[in-house]
Design a protein around this ligand. Structure first.
Ligand code: PMP
Length: 336
């Protein structure tokens, strides 16, 4: 199989930025960086490339090797895009709440997908990260990408996402709204902006049920609950997550996240995933609370095409109790 560097990898990053104009943003300007425009459809292409090329450089991954990862789907898609293009085998462990579109896309890329339980926590043998660690031990020549502990993950954002944003915003940003899955995005951005704009405020967008919002607000947390938004929110604090730059934290429930994602499509024509709805909802709340004009940024983290059967499907939304039946047909022109 070819081991030269395919041109598609040069299309990762340098994503466009757009200003949101059809929402009430109070006195603020709100911009979204369209990570959905990466070739694999999400911000995770950046870390897929960074983690694989770091492992190649330090000899943890070489010809004939296998890339293993525990992933909500997007990291798997980024890793599979890069790894398959470079000729590596890919083995992924994905929790069963993740959308069918992601799993089908992973399989189409040639990844081997192990679906595991979403309802068990760290330490359980079926927990997706524990299962991935076990598979790595069983497969000779396997490299565990381990986005939750891999320094190449935040580094990709510190050296890529952050300076792009800084340049696109003309060196003038007051706040950034982000979610935390592995914490790579938040930590990389925090490291970069601490150097160039130390007053910048990070806004944490956390799904209701995740412990992170309480950790930021009180330093303590109770039991984690469950939530349907994919890719963000945790039942533990990831080791690479630096929460010290977070000045405001919002707990956003599934109904608000999903509704905000749907509004983003209707009002601005931007098709984002469920976590984009959470990030935008938190950004909007932050904007409306400000008394002085601020320049605020958030992300379309991944493309909404991988959620057409969920967030953008009225019947599914009604079944989940996330949409009132009186609104049924809201998207009729689009879905029927
Ligand atoms: N949104 C989605 C859809 C994701 O898949 C992820 C990563 N799991 C994130 C947000 C969070 O990014 P990070 O891992 O950098 O905290």
């Amino acid at each position: 199989m070819a081991t030269n560097r395919p041109a598609v990898l040069d299309l990762i990053g340098n994503t466009p930025l757009v200003r949101i104009t059809r929402f009430d943003t109070g006195s603020c300007e709100l911009y979204l960086k369209l990570e959905s425009q990466n070739p694999g459809g999400s911000i995770k292409d950046r870390i897929g490339l960074a983690m694989i090329e770091a492992a190649e450089r330090d000899g943890r991954l070489s010809e004939g090797g296998t890339v293993v990862e525990a992933t909500a789907g997007n990291t798997g898609l980024g890793l599979a895009l890069v790894a398959r293009a470079k000729g590596y085998r890919v083995v992924l462990v994905v929790p069963d709440k993740m959308s069918a579109e992601k799993v089908l896309h992973l399989k189409a890329l040639g990844a081997e997908v192990h679906i595991t339980r979403s309802d068990v926590g760290k330490g359980h043998p079926d927990y997706y990260q524990d299962l991935a660690a076990r598979l790595t031990r069983d497969i000779p020549g396997a490299f565990f990408a381990d986005q939750f502990n891999n320094p190449a993950n935040p580094l990709a954002h510190e050296t890529g996402t952050a300076p792009e944003l800084w340049q696109q915003m003309g060196h003038d940003i007051d706040a950034i709204s982000v979610g935390v899955g592995s914490g790579g995005t938040l930590t990389g951005l925090t490291r970069f902006f601490r150097q160039v704009q130390p007053k910048l405020e990070f806004v944490l967008a956390d799904p209701t049920g995740s412990i992170l919002c309480d950790v930021v607000r009180t330093g303590k947390h109770g039991e984690a609950g469950s939530w349907a938004v994919e890719g963000i929110g945790e039942d533990f604090i990831p080791s690479i997550a630096d929460l010290t730059g977070v000045k405001r934290a919002y707990s956003i429930d599934d109904a608000e996240s999903f509704d905000t994602a749907r509004q983003l499509l209707k009002r601005e024509g931007l098709l984002g995933g469920s976590s984009t709805g959470t990030l935008l909802a938190a950004a909007l709340r932050y904007c409306r609370e400000q008394t002085t004009p601020k320049r605020v940024v958030s992300f379309v983290v991944d493309t909404g095409t991988r959620y057409l059967s969920k967030v953008y499907n009225d019947a599914w939304m009604v079944d989940q109790g996330l949409l009132e039946r009186k609104h049924y047909g809201d998207l009729r022109d689009i879905v029927s």
